[in-house]
Design a protein around this ligand. Structure first.
Ligand SMILES: *[C@@H]1O[C@H](CO)[C@@H](O)[C@H](O)[C@H]1NC(C)=O
Ligand SMILES: *[C@@H]1O[C@H](CO)[C@@H](O)[C@H](O)[C@H]1NC(C)=O
Ligand SMILES: *[C@@H]1O[C@H](CO)[C@@H](O)[C@H](O)[C@H]1NC(C)=O
Ligand SMILES: *[C@@H]1O[C@H](CO)[C@@H](O)[C@H](O)[C@H]1NC(C)=O
Ligand SMILES: *[C@@H]1O[C@H](CO)[C@@H](O)[C@H](O)[C@H]1NC(C)=O
Ligand SMILES: *[C@H]1O[C@H](CO)[C@@H](O)[C@H](O)[C@H]1NC(C)=O
Length: 383
């Protein structure tokens, strides 16, 4: 994937001279328009992409005013086709960083593919440590009423219940619009096929933790002796880092209710609905193509304890899945990047047409959501 040196030789001499004359300062102000933008949330996720054999993301550092102070640069390959940004953790950092990027005069992201590449908790009923998942739905599971566990009324299965509803399990009576996003399923399946070419990392410690789930048949996916794999399943967002069997089951239920049964509650993280909301606003003003988003999350820990352990033991215990999950972002994700670059002229330049609804629960981009109460805009696109 490295730039072929012969392309360099084919460059006409005059523009080359011009580039030398305007110098590094002016060149670094040029508008970036990458084909792929990798989105990391924190340092370890970002570092998974530096010092790799396939390409050098530290060849160009572009300072974008408004990004988090710890992560002020977008990092790009020399030719600018692949870039990476670190947006910070949690929903607020994610939303503001993505908006900053989309509205910056230094970026043109109209034809960019966004690869969200982060680690996550994982539902042991669906997948295991180190696995790499690709989501169609992102559900903001904690966008609900919450009462303290000690005040849960008899008959309530959880302290969480949807806003505007009277009990857990009911459809929300009030929607803020960020509850559910659906991304391009055709693109997701291409990314899934590409990622499966990657040889995933695993460790003995991760295997030992998986084996602790052997006692329950419902956790067969967690105790997978063949190790991590690439999985199609959905993701759940909340600022709160939740853990445990009861919250896991409560949010499985929320995911089902919010998406009318379509989404599979699989990975747990703290940013994706915010990232998607910011990208969706950008798509409303034609600065982003919402059908070019890939939500990739690798599993660093389980979202609930195995039989015989308490939730807090599990939450505060060792996390041997962290290393493989970080390594696998690159090992699987680089195959997705390769697919997009190698297929740019034939497929990706013009986009992969979605066959499913893409957008939010309100229908903000036009069309009718296949979950929730339907478009509040009569199916019309923004004008
Ligand atoms: C870009 O920044 C990284 C540190 O974040 C540094 O290691 C690298 O040398 C920088 N690249 C350039 C071209 O200045
Ligand atoms: C952004 O890039 C696209 C091609 O990817 C181009 O058609 C468009 O004119 C550019 N927009 C601006 C404002 O330069
Ligand atoms: C996984 O990564 C760790 C840490 O880099 C390394 O020690 C180990 O050999 C890798 N395992 C495989 C199966 O590649
Ligand atoms: C999830 O929903 C099922 C079916 O409605 C219910 O039996 C169960 O108690 C719920 N679990 C939680 C933790 O809310
Ligand atoms: C989703 O479920 C809600 C509540 O039952 C219902 O009002 C809505 O029409 C359903 N939406 C779709 C697209 O089936
Ligand atoms: C969050 O985004 C995912 C898709 O990426 C979507 O499936 C989910 O419904 C969203 N959740 C909320 C609550 O907006």
């Amino acid at each position: 994937m490295a730039m072929n040196p012969s392309t360099f030789l084919r460059l006409p001499l005059l523009p080359l001279l011009f580039l030398c004359l305007i110098g590094v300062e002016a060149a670094s102000r040029a508008v970036i328009s990458p084909r792929v933008m990798i989105i990391s949330m924190f340092t370890s996720e970002a570092e998974a992409w530096y010092s790799i054999p396939e390409f050098n993301l530290l060849a160009r550092n572009i300072s974008i005013p408004g990004l988090p102070r710890q992560f002020p640069h977008v990092h790009c390959t020399h030719d600018g086709t692949i870039c990476q940004v670190t947006i910070g953790e949690g929903e607020i950092n994610a939303a503001v960083s993505l908006s900053t990027l989309v509205y910056s005069p230094l970026t043109n992201l109209t034809s960019t593919y966004f690869l969200i590449a982060g680690i996550a908790g994982v539902n042991p009923k669906i997948a295991t440590l180190g696995s790499v998942t690709f989501a169609r739905f992102a559900v903001q599971v904690a966008m609900q009423y919450e009462v303290d566990a000690r005040e849960i009324p008899a008959g309530f299965s959880s302290g969480y219940f949807p806003q505007g509803s009277k009990a857990p399990g009911q459809f929300p009576g009030t929607l803020y619009g960020t509850e559910v996003y659906e991304v391009n399923d055709a693109l997701r399946r291409l990314a899934f096929d590409a990622a499966r070419k990657g040889k995933l990392n695993d460790t003995a410690a991760a295997m030992q933790l998986r084996a602790r789930y052997a006692k329950s048949p419902e956790f067969a996916a967690a105790n997978k002796v063949s190790g991590p794999s690439v999985v199609l399943c959905d993701t759940a967002t909340s600022d709160t880092f939740w853990d445990g069997k009861l919250l896991g089951e409560a949010f499985e239920n929320t995911t089902r209710v919010f998406t009318n049964g379509s989404a599979v509650y699989c990975t747990t993280q703290q940013e994706d609905n915010a990232t998607l909301e910011a990208l969706m606003r950008g798509a409303m003003v034609q600065l982003v193509d919402f059908s070019r988003i890939i939500v990739m999350r690798s599993a660093s820990d389980f979202d609930r304890q195995p039989i015989g352990e308490t939730t807090v033991q599990q939450l505060l215990g060792p996390t041997p899945g962290f290393g493989p999950a970080i390594a696998n972002l690159h090992l699987a994700g680089v195959e997705v990047v390769r697919m997009i670059l190698q297929g740019w002229d034939t497929t990706f330049r013009h986009g992969v047409k979605p066959s499913n609804y893409v957008g939010d629960i309100l229908g903000s981009l036009g069309g009718d959501p296949d979950f929730g109460p339907g478009s509040i805009f009569g199916g019309k696109p923004p004008s």
